[in-house]
Design a binder for this molecule. Structure first.
Ligand code: ATP
Length: 433
């Protein structure tokens, strides 16, 4: 297709034009590393989170959910090691004083290419990623932090969940929510933002080397299979083991699921063996109800980014056919499930029938698009571009025999369906996928 930088440009402009993602605070010149999700983006992102929750919580008997506060007592971050070790290396260009993350080779190269003169960089300095906030109205205000990862909310509630729920090790706690990092060089659209969402599972196991290894491998396979089930092409996914010197301070072992993006293979989700690091630091233990044995559980974590999933799913679904864009999103993720058109906008009986169908479908699918502008070809193209899997057209035959045309986004095939069977047909197609 087109070259990679063009593809990013195309996705960026599609997102803006059709209401998926806008630059944050745009009318005031924007703010680096912050993005706003528009009417279609919010649906896509919600669908991804719902699918994740369904997979990780509803389909299982060994995982419960949680929604912890974003701001926690700063002692949490002291204990977890984040105030000390949640850092990235930073270098400064001695010519223009711009600061860049030292381990981001592309950004370094791009900066060097911008300068005519030879650049010298300062020695790397560590830079803490936690975002400070100040609470209260009287001085001195209480210093706190926006959470740098959502994980700690799970650990500090470990004893609460165990005592208030019928959970037994092995079990997991799932959470989805916002995290904030004072990233030195946000970029590549939403890939590296300063405010983003994570979807994470903390799975608690006995402190046993062999057992925890098995659970680690199990979750790796589960997580990559989930992305494939949502339609990400297999060849665009791979695992990458972290080297000893790049692992986060809490991890005994870490592997990333990476995506082959237009800007290289990039981290999509991390699978981390956190051992007893967190529960140990918070001095939390577990008592086996059967054996009465007490121990500090080990933790296997799966930590994915909702914004990265949104971006990578958009990139993977983006297809061009004869100059037209088709966003081949999985139907369960598509913002609109179906669009309804009257063949002609100025024929009252066609519009009336189409409106009736639209209202009925809306009761079942909520997100149903209506379009009566331009010709049918243009309406199909407009829906293809935002990934609507099916379009329903009400024509003159519909008035005679109560059937409509259902057109499939990916094949372009059109079939006639009875209006009474339409909702059932679309539901079964959606479930099939
Ligand atoms: P990176 O190496 O890309 O900075 P990380 O290893 O620091 O990522 P983790 O701490 O493992 O990331 O976070 C888990 C997940 O959260 C990542 O796999 C990613 O999907 C998401 N994530 C982390 N940082 C950001 C960010 N700045 N913007 C968007 N998503 C992020």
């Amino acid at each position: 297709m087109e070259d990679d930088s063009q593809k990013m440009e195309k996705i960026y402009s599609l997102c803006k034009r059709r209401g998926f993602i806008y630059p944050g605070s745009e009318i005031y010149g924007g703010i680096q590393g912050f993005w706003d999700y528009g009417p279609l983006g919010v649906e896509l992102k919600k669908n991804i989170k719902n699918q994740w929750w369904e997979e990780m919580v509803y389909k299982r008997e060994d995982v419960v959910g949680l929604d912890a506060a974003i701001i926690m007592n700063p002692e949490v971050w002291k204990a977890s090691g984040h105030l000390e070790a949640f850092t990235d290396p930073l270098v400064e260009c001695r010519v223009c004083h711009q600061r860049i993350r030292a381990d981001q080779e592309e950004a370094i190269k791009a900066h060097e290419a911008e300068h005519k003169e030879k650049i010298e960089w300062t020695e790397p300095k560590t830079f803490n990623l936690m975002t400070e906030v100040y609470l209260g109205v009287t001085e001195p205000k209480q210093k706190a932090y926006l959470r740098g990862e959502i994980t700690q909310g799970v650990f500090v509630n470990f004893a609460n969940v165990v005592s208030s729920n019928r959970v037994k090790i092995p079990f997991g706690i799932a959470q989805v929510g916002k995290a904030f990092r004072n990233e030195i060089t946000p970029g590549n659209f939403t890939f590296r933002s300063r405010e983003f969402e994570q979807m994470e599972l903390e799975y608690f196991v006995k402190p046993d080397e062999k057992e925890s290894e098995k659970v680690f491998e199990y979750w790796k396979e589960q997580r990559i299979a989930w992305y494939i089930s949502l339609g990400i092409k297999k060849e665009n996914l791979r695992f990458r083991k972290h080297e000893d010197d790049e692992r986060a301070h809490y991890a005994r072992k870490a592997e990333d699921i990476e995506y082959h993006s237009p800007f290289g293979w990039k981290e999509f989700e991390g699978i981390h063996h956190r051992g007893d690091w967190d529960l140990g630091r918070h001095k939390l233990t577990y008592n086996d109800p059967l054996t009465n044995e007490g121990y500090t559980p080990w933790v296997i974590e799966t930590s994915g980014g909702v914004d990265r999933a949104t971006l990578f799913l958009l990139l993977d679904a983006y297809t061009e056919n004869g100059g037209k864009v088709i966003l081949k999103l999985h139907p369960k993720l598509a913002p609109y499930k179906v669009a309804v058109f009257p063949l002609l906008a100025n024929k009252e009986d066609l519009v009336g029938k189409a409106k009736e169908i639209y209202k009925n479908l809306k009761k079942k699918f909520a997100m149903v698009a209506w379009d009566d502008r331009g010709n049918i070809g243009k309406r199909y193209a407009s829906q293809d571009e935002i990934g609507t899997p099916w379009c329903v057209t009400v024509d003159f035959q519909s008035l005679d025999d109560e059937t409509v045309t259902v057109r499939d986004r990916d094949t372009g095939n059109q079939t006639r369906k009875n209006i009474l069977e339409l909702a059932g047909y679309l539901s079964s197609e959606l479930e099939k996928n």
